[in-house]
Design a protein around this ligand. Structure first.
Ligand SMILES: Nc1ncnc2c1ncn2[C@@H]1O[C@H](COP(=O)(O)OP(=O)(O)OP(=O)(O)O)[C@@H](O)[C@H]1O
Ligand SMILES: [Mg+2]
Length: 363
């Protein structure tokens, strides 16, 4: 913690000379040889922070400047400050606004009439420590995210490899076996009983070929590569309906080609988990899937009329399937919203920006 009371370089954004003098006195009372620079307008503060942001350790901000004020002022200053803590000093006695300003990225909110040298100093020390901790947390969160990204890519690559092996190796061998059985059936001296047995074996081999295709396709849906995401989801929904006998309505507008492969596989996996969850847990009678190809965005919604997800389960960090859906959405910068109730079932909404830009609602 910076308690050595030196190396404080403070930008005071304040147009009132009396208030500035008071703040200056308080700072000198607590800190050795501080550097204090005054910006009387937002324009000046902006110039200073744009050119020499790193020269400062703390910004003290008055909320009513002649050229800017209130919430819009906070937005711009916080943006300009980056990692530098911003402490709001104000005459506004609006407690609710004070709390809100903290959610806008301000480190602390102090009322001028309650200000003392000690409270100001304490706030500066705490704010700078808090900023350091937050920035360390953000870095480690980013590390975890990068790791999750790599893990997911590796997982998909491995699934593709296994799917290819299963399809090409087993698939070919079974096809070979089927041809041999057919030839055997036609060979001389094969009696009626053996022929019947061969027919049974051919049926078994056909079933195995279908299973191999099914397993390979579940590991890596070939339809994505061949016909695109919408067709692959259509297949997924058909499979879901046939296997689970739950009425499913799929609405899709124009298909979307040329979508980034990473987006496709992650959107597909999210739909896959959502439908698997409905099959396993929802006890639904109707499922609606909607795929919309908008100008800049792709929207996917999956709703069921089942028993809903309990709020505690929805927010449980151990719900790995749900967590994985959120993580995948996050990897592609998409917004994923899951809303659920026991009356109306579960609604999952995924909004993906086509240009790959991060969606505002995504973490
Ligand atoms: N559509 C749904 N309707 C009702 N309950 C659901 C639905 N989706 C999920 N749940 C509930 O949320 C829980 C967590 O889901 P999640 O997908 O994380 O785990 P899981 O499906 O139980 O296991 P996993 O996905 O890891 O195989 C489920 O156990 C279930 O209770
Ligand atoms: Mg699940």
């Amino acid at each position: 913690m910076n308690t050595d009371r030196s190396d404080y370089r403070i930008l005071v954004v304040e147009d009132n000379p009396g208030d500035f003098a008071l703040v200056e006195d308080f700072i000198f009372e607590q800190i050795e040889a501080p550097v204090i620079v005054q910006a009387k307008t937002f324009k000046t503060a902006k110039e200073i922070l744009t050119k020499k942001r790193n020269d400062y350790t703390t910004v003290l901000l008055d909320l009513s400047l002649s050229d800017h004020a209130g919430e819009p002022l906070i937005h711009e200053i916080v943006e300009l400050c980056g990692d530098i803590p911003v402490i709001v000093l104000t005459g506004y006695t609006d407690f609710a606004f004070g709390v809100k300003s903290l959610s806008l990225g301000v480190s602390d909110y102090l009322l001028k009439e309650d200000l003392t040298a000690t409270s100001l100093y304490k706030s500066m020390v705490y704010s700078s420590e808090r900023k350091k901790i937050i920035s360390a947390l953000e870095t480690s969160e980013q590390d975890v995210r990068n790791f999750a990204n790599q893990l997911n890519n590796a997982l998909e690559a491995e699934r593709s490899r296994i799917a290819r092996e299963i399809h090409d190796e087993f698939g070919q061998q079974l096809s070979g076996l089927k041809m041999s059985l057919s030839s055997l059936k036609k060979s001389k001296g094969v009696g009626h009983d053996i022929e019947k047995l061969i027919d049974v074996l051919i049926v078994d081999v056909n079933t195995s070929i279908a299973s191999v295709r099914q397993i390979a396709n579940e590991l890596r849906p070939v339809l994505i590569d061949k016909l695109g995401l919408f067709a692959a989801i259509e297949w997924l929904v058909n499979e879901f309906e046939n296997k689970n006998r739950v009425k499913s309505q799929l609405y899709k507008d124009t298909d979307w080609y040329g979508i980034d492969e990473k987006l496709e596989i992650n959107i597909y996996r999210i739909c896959q988990e959502a439908l698997t969850n409905i099959a396993k847990h929802a006890k639904a009678t109707l499922v609606k899937i909607r795929l919309e190809n908008r100008v800049d965005q792709l929207s996917v919604t999956i709703s069921d009329d089942g028993r809903g997800i309990k709020s505690s389960t929805l927010h449980n960090p151990l719900s790995m399937g749900l967590l994985n859906m959120k993580e995948r959405a996050n990897l592609i910068g998409a917004a994923l919203n899951i809303s659920s109730s026991s009356d109306s079932g579960t609604l999952i909404e995924l909004i993906v920006n086509k240009n790959g830009q991060k969606n505002i609602n995504s973490r």
